[in-house]
Design a protein around this ligand. Sequence first.
Ligand SMILES: NC(=O)c1ccc[n+]([C@@H]2O[C@H](COP(=O)([O-])OP(=O)(O)OC[C@H]3O[C@@H](n4cnc5c(N)ncnc54)[C@H](OP(=O)(O)O)[C@@H]3O)[C@@H](O)[C@H]2O)c1
Length: 494
Amino acid sequence: MPTERRSLIMLFGATGDLATRKLYPAIFNLYKKGNLKEHFAVIGTSRYKFDDEKFRETVSKSVSEKGVDKKLVESFIKHFFFVTHDVTDLDHYSVLKEKAEELDKKFKLEGNRVFYISMAPNFFGTVAKNLKNQGLLTEGKGFNRLVIEKPFGRDFESAKELNDALSESFEENQIYRIDHYLGKEMIQNIEAVRFGNTIFEALWNNRYIDNIQVTLAENLGVEERAGYYDNSGALRDMVQNHIMQIVSLLAMEQPVAFKDTDIRSEKVKALRSLRVYNVAEASTNFVRGQYSASGDGETKEYREEDGVPADSNTETFVAGKLLFDNYRWSGVPFYIRTGKKLADKFTRVDVVFKKPLVDIFSFPQDGNTLLSPNVLTIHIEPEQGFSLVVNAKNGEQGFHTEPVNLDFYENSQRTKATPQPYERLIHDVLKGDGTNFSSWPEVASAWKFVDQIRRVWDIQQPMFPNYIPGSMGPVAADELLARDHREWIYKLNQ
Ligand SMILES: NC(=O)c1ccc[n+]([C@@H]2O[C@H](COP(=O)([O-])OP(=O)(O)OC[C@H]3O[C@@H](n4cnc5c(N)ncnc54)[C@H](OP(=O)(O)O)[C@@H]3O)[C@@H](O)[C@H]2O)c1
């Protein structure tokens, strides 16, 4: 039986792309499942001159997929209200406050408030400050929680400035920094696989693991996001947040309990032992790329995309080697890569185990092949599942081994029923569970690491473009591993 969550959700940026595409469907799913029932209300705000009626039409459209129960949508949208509001105008906050108080009484919300800022990041600090100063935070038994979208700063300094601004109004445990990767089913499954299985956790260290590989590949280019993307690049857009979060889940020690505070503290400890590179190490251990045009003329090169300057040195691809200086991981590289216009769209983690120290089956004179390393692959998307490569006898005359795959994939029905990241994350906010959000110490450590790479790249001239669409990035990304006598587990044409 789902627990009903009682709250007012005040949404800043209610007419924006994220709200209409992701947030309303996510809130509707919580309503369908009974996590939200009678005791919730949403105040949408933006400068747009909407009334409740028009706003409800927008929300209704955004949740009305084929086969939707129309009566349910009707009752759902009655919980939505609109206040035209410019976040920079102090006078507007009193209207918002009155509306919040009215709805609190009407829906018996007990002073619980979620403030969701789905706006450009330069407004995050302003909104947080004004919410407090203009008396929108409730006092007494209700909760006040602030949800912040990405990006959280563009380097450590700007992130700290933003965090200082938020901290004037909200405590750290009231701030939920969204990293939607943390809402994905298989990312959350990393903890289940590691800490729920002796066969993995017992081997999860530098005695048995040779290296770990994390790949977040996209086959699209920048599409309509060129303005944002060219200012950011793959390092800031993907590595600082999503990849560092995944890596910290893979590298952390077992938390004392499966509780947000315990998990966060282990992730922070792991990130603090991540080696921050000096200039020479950053140049050697990180590779950047930018896509060229495709040979068939189908795809433009990055520098020719609409909104991208012709001399842009923004990277659309990053690969790197991360090293943890701690007892568990000393000597085990974590290789990461992400990029646009790659061969396919997928996210996966490959945990590559060491080969047995002695290979008693290797009879080169008989043409037998060497044992393969065991590889545990966590398929995060689009398929959700695991595969484990083990060596087995190949069933033929004589004694020959071959690698075989043990696979488990979620079936499409179950995958369809799995909550989408925003549904899961909004539910966590309503529950007050910060496990799947980035805490400030995590964000700070990630920026300190990434800033060092950025510093080096900002003074070195890249040789762009350097990879073709449909590939897995520049040759240098393969060389990064070849230098260590390793290779990427996922290669083209597998
Ligand atoms: N879209 C995505 O898929 C996506 C994915 C991940 C993260 N994000 C993050 O989510 C946030 C929102 O993105 P978005 O794509 O939804 O942006 P967007 O489409 O540009 O929407 C921005 C919203 O802010 C409102 N707004 C702008 N200035 C305002 C002001 N002075 N006072 C009040 N409201 C104002 C706009 O409405 P008016 O112009 O009517 O005021 C609009 O509702 C950003 O931080 C973005 O980085 C977005």
